[in-house]
Ligand binder design. Structure first.
Ligand code: NAP
Length: 315
């Protein structure tokens, strides 16, 4: 532990919070079953065979089943055209058997640079499980979205359920993507934090990050955020998901007898975040990778499916 810090760092358990979120859906799922005559249903479209996407989609299908939802996985070949994909999205938009739709990212590069945006424009906003349609993003700006981007919505649940104060605090978000950084900043703003958004052109990033009571990191760079970025006692949320294959980094980060070292020795790689785990010597609370933000994202996807089904069944 650092001499700057008196209390040990809290590990924010995303697996436990995700389970609590999903348990909280059970009664609503049961009510929907009665009302719809079927479980709430999510259609996931997977184009191609990206290995990471295969893993994420498997997790979503499994968690959906555990939560009492129907999750239909619609596979399309990597050779599918954008027109083919949009036709599938329109079919799901019109399908009475589906309440929510997700098109797994990333899409094959051959579909063109604007394919994802075109998909977000095409998904019926009422079935937009990811909250990425321009209508839902606009509603988020106005603080009236019901379908909100799953990862930042999961981070908000984690902060609230861990009793981490947000109102009046300084929050710094590193990363400004449409799917994480920007909606994260808006959600923190709506919860009355004073928010700074940083990116690759931010000058003296460690100094800006050190102002944060809540530091959210979503950049996709292994261990980029070190102790220098963290105010003693701050809450650090690590959204990053990266594959670490460098043995020297593993040795620097984890003690010799740790489980992480054993996993690396066996698998030759580790799933790690954007935050150097030694930040725990300074931070007041930290989300681990794995077991932090990832499970929350999936839980909020289930939540969005239930919210979409409730809205459809009562309209
Ligand atoms: P992205 O679209 O690639 O955006 C990355 C952002 O990071 C950009 O805004 C970029 O700045 C910024 N950035 C990159 N290098 C930087 C640097 N050296 N200093 C400061 N900012 C820098 O990434 P994303 O989709 O938001 O994902 C970020 C990470 O989160 C990835 O590791 C991804 O796998 C992970 N992720 C995890 C979950 C989960 O459920 N746990 C969900 C989604 C994403 P510019 O805008 O200036 O280029």
């Amino acid at each position: 532990m650092s001499d700057l810090q008196t209390a040990p760092c809290r590990v924010l358990d995303g697996v436990a919070v995700a389970k609590a979120i999903r348990d909280g859906l059970a009664e609503r799922v049961a009510t929907l079953r009665g009302r719809l005559g079927r479980p709430p249903a999510l259609g996931i479209v997977l184009v191609g065979n990206d290995p990471a996407s295969e893993v994420y989609v498997r997790g979503k299908v499994r968690t959906g089943a555990e939560s009492g939802l129907t999750v239909d996985l619609i596979r399309m070949p990597a050779t599918a055209s954008l027109d083919d994909l949009l036709a599938e999205v329109r079919r799901l938009n019109a399908s009475p058997a589906h309440d929510a739709i997700l098109v797994q990212s990333p899409l094959p590069a051959a579909l063109g640079p604007h394919a994802e945006m075109t998909v977000f424009e095409t998904i019926d906003p009422a079935k937009d499980a990811d909250g990425f349609s321009p209508i839902n993003v606009g509603r988020l700006v106005q603080n009236r979205a019901t379908l909100r981007s799953c990862t930042p919505a999961g981070v908000m649940e984690m902060l609230r359920r861990s009793d981490i104060p947000i109102a009046g605090r300084r929050a710094v978000v590193i990363g400004r993507s449409d799917i994480v950084g920007k909606p994260m900043a808006l959600m923190l703003l709506h919860a009355n934090a004073t928010v700074t958004v940083c990116h690759s052109r931010t000058a003296d990033l460690p100094a800006v990050a050190r102002e944060a009571d809540i530091l959210v990191v979503a950049i996709g760079r292994t261990g980029f955020v070190t102790r220098d970025f963290v105010k003693p006692g701050a809450t650090v949320i690590d959204v990053g998901m990266n594959t670490l294959t460098d043995a020297a980094t593993v040795e620097a980060w984890y003690p010799p007898d740790s489980k992480r070292r054993a996993t690396f020795a066996k698998a030759g790689s580790l799933l790690v975040g954007d935050v150097d785990p030694r930040v725990a010597e300074v931070a007041g609370a930290l989300t681990p990778v794995p077991g932090g933000v990832g499970p929350l994202t999936v839980a909020m996807l289930m939540n969005n499916t239930v919210v979409a089904a409730e809205a459809r069944s009562s309209s």
